[in-house]
Design a protein around this ligand. Structure first.
Ligand SMILES: NC(=O)c1ccc[n+]([C@@H]2O[C@H](COP(=O)([O-])OP(=O)(O)OC[C@H]3O[C@@H](n4cnc5c(N)ncnc54)[C@H](O)[C@@H]3O)[C@@H](O)[C@H]2O)c1
Length: 426
């Protein structure tokens, strides 16, 4: 991204922030030239698909900036997964940790950055450990499965801020040029005031692995975390958080309440819903319809669309705006791959000593999904204040079980399968 010619760089960044842009990825300027040649030691917690991918993205980002990465330590619930990643990166056996408490040993290592990529249920506890250990953090979305966990991430994010640590989240649309351009334009009035829209993540079902003979509940749940609401938050939180995050970002605030419905008919494993449909009320007469579905053989689509008083726009796509041409929207030059760009932003922020902190925004987007889920599971209107401020609310203290603490204590009982909440009365 290049700053408009008549604005000094710092002023430009400040103005973007003031405009409610809430850009977690600050724009890059001549990054190659600044502080190149540093070596970062990193540790990965959660050596699955995304965790391994994130390490590669970080290595690529470091290369782009002229830095070096040493993958110093890894931790995974399963020993073979941890050793698999360790082998790939030549990590000595004494820095390979496993089990539900392995992350604690990893935090004791002399590493600069920790990547957290386990199932979401563990994120608040792992984030707390990382920040207390003084590490910069890459935190995958979503960051919690319940209001208690989301509030913890917000609180720990503040500790990170006080410690001058960077926290970059895996909400990669916030690091993608097309989204950054549109968000900038919207924040500068390209489509007037957003009055409504729709966000969706509709697709097929994810993996399911049969229980092995004699397999513990803990192992079974970890392997099948995308099927259990207690592990993933359900798919309105786990996948749809990306689109909800764009809505919060473009509108500039989280919603005030949610009403919705959903159900389960096709699934026979786990305890998640098949689909959700939610009306998020952002206040000031702004409503966003959210829909998400995981059913094979149905229409699919992943996108965000907003109606403004003077135009319309997709999240990262076509914008219809008569004002756009006159806005002089910066180019937002970013790396072609937003998964790499988020790590470039992380490294760059550390090198420059200008910490980024996405803890609150990603926790609020996670909580938006959680609010929608509770509304659909209960059939009630759920207010943001029920989850953030009103301790009398039945949902304020909602903490799903089994929790991260249950895993660490070895007291995991798998939830009943193929049952789900049914709201209302007969
Ligand atoms: N940003 C994105 O586009 C994107 C894409 C995919 C996944 N994700 C997110 O990344 C996270 C991981 O997803 P994934 O697809 O890699 O899942 P995965 O199942 O492939 O990997 C998760 C890994 O974490 C390990 N694990 C589980 N509990 C653990 C614990 N307590 N301590 C240490 N390790 C533990 C598992 O054994 C597994 O190896 C999820 O939150 C997911 O939503 C984000």
């Amino acid at each position: 991204m290049t700053a408009p010619k008549n604005l000094p760089r710092r002023r430009f960044i400040k103005n973007v922030a003031i405009a409610g842009a809430a850009i977690s990825a600050l724009p890059l300027f001549n990054v190659h030239a600044q502080g190149a040649g540093r070596k970062f030691k990193i540790g990965l917690v959660g050596c699955g698909g995304r965790g391994n991918g994130a390490v590669e993205n970080l290595i690529e980002g470091a290369k782009f900036l002229g830095h070096e990465i040493e993958v110093h330590a890894v931790a995974d619930f399963f020993h073979d997964r941890a050793t698999g990643t360790a082998k790939k990166h030549g990590i000595a056996a004494e820095r390979v940790f496993s089990g539900a408490t392995g992350y604690r040993q990893l935090m004791e290592q002399p590493i600069d950055i920790v990547l957290l990529a386990t199932p979401p249920v563990f994120r608040p506890v792992h984030f707390e450990a990382a920040v207390h250990a003084g590490k910069h953090v890459f935190i995958e979305k979503p960051v919690a499965v319940d209001p208690v966990g989301a509030r913890k991430v917000i609180a720990i994010g503040e500790v990170a801020r006080q410690k001058g640590l960077s926290v970059v989240a895996g909400t990669q649309r916030r690091h993608q040029g097309s989204y950054l351009r549109n968000q900038y334009a919207v924040a500068h009035g390209a489509i007037g005031k957003i009055v409504g829209g729709t966000v969706s993540w509709c697709g097929g079902k994810l993996w399911f692995k049969q229980r092995d003979q004699g397999e513990s509940d803990a192992s079974y749940l970890v392997r099948n975390w995308t099927s259990f609401s207690e592990m993933s938050g359900d798919h309105i939180v786990e996948q749809h958080v990306h689109n909800l995050d764009v809505a919060n970002w473009f509108i500039g605030r989280p919603p005030q309440s949610a009403v919705g419905f959903g159900g389960r008919a096709r699934r026979q494993t786990g305890d998640q819903f098949d689909f959700f449909s939610v009306d998020f009320n952002y206040g000031d007469d702004v409503h966003i319809h959210s829909m998400c579905r995981q059913i094979n053989g149905t229409y699919g689509g992943v996108n965000e669309f907003f109606n403004g008083t003077e135009g319309t726009t997709f999240g990262g796509g076509k914008m219809s705006s008569v004002r756009l041409a006159s806005l002089n929207v910066p180019e937002f030059k970013t790396h072609a791959n937003p998964y790499v760009e988020e790590h470039i932003a992380l490294l760059d922020s550390i090198v420059k000593g200008e910490p980024l902190n996405a803890a609150r925004t990603v926790a609020e987007s996670t909580l938006t999904g959680i609010m929608g889920r509770i509304a659909c599971y209960t059939g009630q209107i759920v207010r943001w204040s029920d989850l953030t401020a009103n301790a009398e609310s039945p949902w304020y203290q909602l903490s799903l079980s089994p929790s991260a603490a249950d895993f660490e204590a070895g007291q995991v009982v798998a939830p009943k399968e193929n049952v789900c909440p049914i709201p209302g009365e007969t």
